[in-house]
Design a protein around this ligand. Structure first.
Ligand SMILES: Cc1cc2nc3c(=O)[nH]c(=O)nc-3n(C[C@H](O)[C@H](O)[C@H](O)COP(=O)(O)OP(=O)(O)OC[C@H]3O[C@@H](n4cnc5c(N)ncnc54)[C@H](O)[C@@H]3O)c2cc1C
Ligand code: FES
Length: 374
């Protein structure tokens, strides 16, 4: 396969499947004349009257209720779970990979896979009723590495956002090139809640990826964008426990937000050990900033590690897989007498491997919090 085919094939596949889905929706709405019906949310706390035919996810967002949907409704993230309290038909094969046996018994379903055909009752976390849609303008785009860009958004309407450090937003980008539909994906905020008129995101380029191709090749300063949020339960727990943070690549975003938020709030009584894994020096960023933070906040220890440094890197820091470095520090550097919590962010593979190391060193899974960038 040549490089051009490698890059364009996923875009073409997405384009074809997107077009097919659109045709099916249009034909369906012409053939089936759906009546008005009611969506009852949280035992009558909110009641919506709407037309049928679309997915529950799309219908709710058209009515200002935003359910997390990292994949934009393609049944490939499992983020859009809701509890259904009425009959909506059997679980679809597309939902099965994301539902545990317990969730199936509990009538948890993927909102993007439920098509609205009659009145429906559902339960969602109360916080989701406060998620808003924001109009913003791209204030700056900064290249942090060859494949990670920092996007700084200035909020226009509403012009401020309340969130907890570590949470994420759903960025929505317009149709572009041969992509006929809007695309939305999840991005953690790397800025702190104190700057509530701005949101910063770190977006790593994924070859063939719809949204990251837009951000890296088409997005321009001053253009308008839309996002929804805040979402997620990856945020600092209010305890006195010491913290083990582990991230790789753009997984830096929520951890950066959390540690700078702690600095701003003068939370200096919890040791923070932040392990950041990269291949070589060209994958490192914010090194100077985080080293400086360590000087301002002695409870913060930053340990970047390279798994595959080049000779030309002149690297004299830690070398090896981040999980091995973590294991070494847990066994020989970090005191094992204190209570600990872990905050992890990055690829699913990195997180699964890190959880194993933490468990083997005595951290129970209930004290390990993470966002998998899947
Ligand atoms: C809670 C959360 C927070 C996140 N925060 C961040 C963050 O801060 N920074 C960050 O960079 N990422 C983050 N992510 C990941 C992000 O949401 C996106 O998944 C990622 O940026 C890729 O998006 P994309 O649209 O470019 O790729 P996609 O279009 O979703 O494609 C992903 C992969 O699938 C392939 N593909 C696409 N369509 C098809 C198809 N039809 N058939 C076969 N293959 C296909 C692509 O080639 C690519 O390899 C987060 C994810 C979650 C769940
Ligand atoms: S939105 Fe991703 S699975 Fe439903």
């Amino acid at each position: 396969m040549d490089i051009l085919t490698f890059i364009t094939a996923p875009l073409i596949i997405s384009l074809l499947s997107g077009s097919l889905a659109l045709i099916i929706v249009v034909v369906d709405s012409l053939v089936n004349n759906y009546p008005d019906f009611t969506i009852d949310i949280n035992n009558g706390r909110k009641k919506l009257t709407t037309k049928g035919g679309s997915s529950l996810l799309v219908t709710l967002s058209s009515q200002g209720i935003f359910i997390p949907s990292a994949c934009g409704g393609k049944a490939s993230c499992g983020a859009c779970k809701v509890k259904i309290e009425s009959d909506v038909g059997a679980i679809l094969p597309t939902e099965l990979p994301y539902l545990s046996e317990e969730e199936k018994k509990d009538n948890i379903r993927l909102a993007c896979q439920i098509k609205l055909k009659k009145d429906i009752k559902l339960l969602i976390p109360q916080d989701l009723l406060y998620v808003r849609q924001f109009d913003a303008t791209v204030e700056s785009i900064t290249e942090l590495t060859y494949d990670i860009k920092q996007i700084r958004l200035k909020l226009l309407s509403p012009d401020s956002i309340d969130f907890k450090a570590g949470q994420y937003v759903q960025l929505i980008v317009p149709p572009y090139g041969q992509i006929p539909e809007k695309t939305q994906r999840a991005y953690s905020m790397s800025s702190t809640p104190s700057d509530n008129h701005h949101v910063e995101l770190l977006v790593r380029f994924v070859p063939g990826g719809l949204l990251t191709t837009y951000v890296h090749k088409f997005m321009r300063v001053n253009e308008k964008v839309v996002f929804t949020g805040p979402f997620g339960d990856f945020f600092l727990r209010d305890t006195k426990a010491d913290m083990i943070c582990v991230a790789g690549g753009s997984g830096m975003a929520p951890i950066k937000s959390i540690v700078y938020d702690m600095y701003e709030k003068k939370i200096f009584d919890r040791s923070i050990w932040y392990f950041f894994g990269a291949k070589s020096t060209r994958d490192l960023f914010y090194l100077d900033e985080l080293k400086e933070l360590g000087q301002l906040m002695p409870s913060f220890h930053f340990i970047p590690a390279l798994s595959n440094p080049d000779h030309s890197d002149n690297w004299n820091g830690e070398t090896g897989l981040i999980t091995n470095i973590l294991d070494k520090y847990l066994k020989s550097v970090i005191s094992n007498s204190s209570q600990k919590e872990a905050y992890l962010c990055g690829s699913p593979g990195m997180i699964d491997a890190t959880v194993k190391v933490l468990n083997a060193n005595g951290l129970v899974s209930e004290k390990i919090y993470y966002d998998k960038f899947a």
